[in-house]
Design a protein. Structure first.
Length: 647
């Protein structure tokens, strides 16, 4: 199966520079520039690449809301990261952080999404004039641009709510009144997005034509999967009958958020998920697992631990539906990877983005249930109350915790994805430059003050005591002042995400969950090496009936998403869409964004001093922060735009 990742060949990237959108604000005498751009296939291909070039840098911590806004991760210099600043203080109207509306605040100059939409419209207006395009290319290229238009509109909606919909570019001689556009009701915008996706799906190919040249251009499975994700979000409480915005109107008095909850939105989301899954599976997409090298003995437990890393860092793997190969995963890995031994002194190892303690606590127990529900944790052994006390590594944990090493009780008897996604003081790291790595020669992570992976100065350390392991390949290493990282495509959506979206939508349309709700979650749990939902809750939870109730299963699905998709850029968008102005479920944004972000006392040099929980940051979040502000100067230019509530 050909893999779908955004990777164009050198010709494609070079051509992109020729056909930039510098002439968006054209005057009549510049019309020849457009005629030149679409005068032949090669130059039109360059303009197609221009339209792709606006895709958000979802891997970039400074430009990715999903990765760095909220309590999932934090860094030692929060002032250097716009997402952390939003978490700490909220956004601002004079110079907004991560300003995708206009560009700026961490978003590359000229890469505002409205500029992208104008580029897309120019392409659609002119693609039929390219003389040497055959009919198949003309239709499929236009379909790619329709998809990008839909995706760009949705990206803005996730951040700003209702937006002006850019169906067509305004003519050069548009009057001042025509230029003063209004924000459109959310329902109208999503209807248009869905229409674009449906049109695109018809003409998109199943796979890219040539891997080397075209790998990553939009395909039918990508469009179907993103449509399913958008419709599932649109059916969620934030976008579906959110009464917090009952007074949110434009200057004409038009309500921008519908106040009527529409349960049929879940029905449409479910149908889109079903269709996307069936189509992807028919093309060979499936959940992947870590593949043990031939002749390398390995226990099942270690294979389960290595799977989260493999799913993300194995290039072009069978689970990836849409990935961004232009993503700077070299920087991602250097920002996540800890120092592993004294030779790891390369400037490229920053070790700065750290999971919070609450994320560490979100992963399940070894029984596959929350640690505050597991009977062994809360009744039999009292591990939950003692989770911040320490215990010594033993034979049962010899492949994940160094034998006899004193570390927090919280780190014992956890599911495999916990050990495969994060590291902590005393945990074991597979690979990292070890020649012929095995489960018996792993590296111990030493995280206390002045230790190799701990704080030794003002940088290159974890502010919480945890590191993100999942985003770093086992083949990435940095010994002897060098840095060698594994190249991979940043995952925008993979099959596990689609499975969980289906389970969520199915649960919402049912009066009570049944096997159809559990089916895909259980596939993911089986891949993770934990029992099914039914078995785990029936046998080990203090709330054994939880999975049988719609509300209980909703919480289970939410937690499963936060675990399975941890650190991939979904956290902020998920906790936002699940909230509708009032707490509805366990993972509510208003609660999560106002709880202190916590970690271990990284200034502790001894076990007693280190294993003390301390606050890293106390975030600030209120009703206004659900929607990001539009820059003040933009409102001045267009008097018909209204600011988001609270700003």
């Amino acid at each position: 199966m050909k893999t779908n990742t955004v990777k164009f060949n050198l010709l494609f990237l070079t051509a992109m520079l020729v056909a930039s959108c510098d002439f968006l604000d054209i005057v009549p005498e510049k019309n020849g520039t457009i005629e030149y751009a679409f005068g032949e296939k090669k130059r039109a291909l360059g303009y197609l690449a221009t339209c792709y070039s606006f895709l958000p840098q979802m891997e970039n911590e400074g430009a990715s809301p999903g990765r760095t806004v909220g309590p999932e991760s934090f860094q030692y210099h929060p002032s250097e990261n716009n997402g952390n600043l939003i978490t700490m203080y909220g956004n601002n109207i004079s110079s907004p952080y991560m300003n995708y509306w206009d560009a700026g605040g961490g978003v590359s100059g000229g890469k505002g999404i409205f500029t992208a939409l104008r580029c897309c419209n120019i392409f659609l207006e002119n693609v039929n004039s390219v003389p040497d395009l055959n009919s198949y290319e003309r239709a499929s290229w236009a379909a790619e641009i329709k998809f990008l238009k839909a995706f760009y509109h949705w990206w803005l909606i996730q951040l700003y709510g209702p937006i002006p919909v850019v169906r067509e570019n305004l003519p050069i001689d548009a009057s001042p009144e025509e230029v003063q556009v209004f924000r459109e009701p959310l329902d109208d915008a999503v209807t248009y997005i869905t229409q674009l996706l449906d049109e695109a799906i018809v003409d998109l190919p199943d796979v890219v034509e040539t891997d080397i040249v075209d790998m990553g251009r939009i395909t039918k499975p990508i469009a179907m999967a993103i449509k399913a994700k958008i419709l599932t979000s649109y059916a969620s409480p934030f976008y579906n009958g959110n009464t917090s915005y009952s007074n949110f109107t434009d200057k004409r008095g038009v309500h921008l958020f519908s106040q009527t909850k529409d349960e049929t939105k879940w029905v449409h989301a479910l149908a889109a998920c079903r269709e996307a899954i069936d189509y992807c599976e028919s093309l060979g997409y499936r959940l992947m697992e870590f593949e043990v090298p031939l002749g390398s003995p390995m226990s099942d437990s270690t294979r389960y631990v290595l799977t989260p890393q493999a799913v993300i860092t194995t290039p072009w793997n069978r689970e990836l539906i849409w990935g961004l190969s232009k993503a700077d995963v070299n920087t991602v890995q250097s920002n996540c990877m800890p120092m592993l031994d004294n030779s790891y002194q390369a400037a490229s190892i920053r070790a700065r983005f750290a999971p919070s303690l609450s994320v560490a606590e979100t992963f399940y127990s070894s029984h596959g249930v929350p640690i505050d529900e597991d009977k062994d944790w809360i009744v039999v052994n009292n591990w939950y109350n003692d989770r911040y006390q320490t215990a010594a590594g033993d034979d049962d944990h010899k492949y994940v915790i160094t034998k006899d090493f004193e570390t927090a009780r919280l780190h014992f008897n956890r599911e495999y994805r916990f050990y495969g996604s994060v590291t902590f003081d005393g945990s074991l790291w597979y690979g990292g430059g070890v020649t012929n790595p095995t489960e018996n020669n792993q590296i111990t992570v030493l995280g206390k003050l002045n230790q190799v992976a701990g704080r030794k100065g003002i940088e290159r350390y974890s502010i919480t005591g945890y590191h993100i392991k999942k985003l770093v390949s086992i083949n990435t290493a940095a010994p002897n002042n060098s840095f060698s990282s594994q190249k991979y495509a940043w995952p925008v959506i993979r099959l596990a995400d689609l499975y969980l979206l289906y389970s969520e939508a199915r649960n919402e349309v049912m009066s009570a969950p049944d096997d159809s709700v559990y089916m895909y979650i259980n596939r993911i749990r089986e891949r993770a090496g934990i029992p099914s939902v039914q078995e785990s809750w029936s046998n080990w939870s203090n709330n054994p009936e939880k999975y049988k109730r719609k509300e209980g299963m909703r919480d289970i699905i939410h937690q499963e998403r936060l675990i399975e998709l941890a650190f991939e850029g979904h956290y902020y968008f998920d906790i936002k869409r699940w909230s509708g102005g009032a707490q509805r479920a366990r993972y509510d944004i208003m609660t999560l964004m106002n709880n202190p972000i916590k970690g271990w006392n990284i200034d502790g040099a001894t076990t007693v001093d280190y294993y003390v929980v301390r606050n890293v940051c106390v975030p600030q979040f209120s009703l206004r922060d659900y929607l990001w502000p539009i820059k003040e100067s933009t409102l001045t230019v267009n008097g018909n735009l209204v600011q988001n509530p609270g700003w």
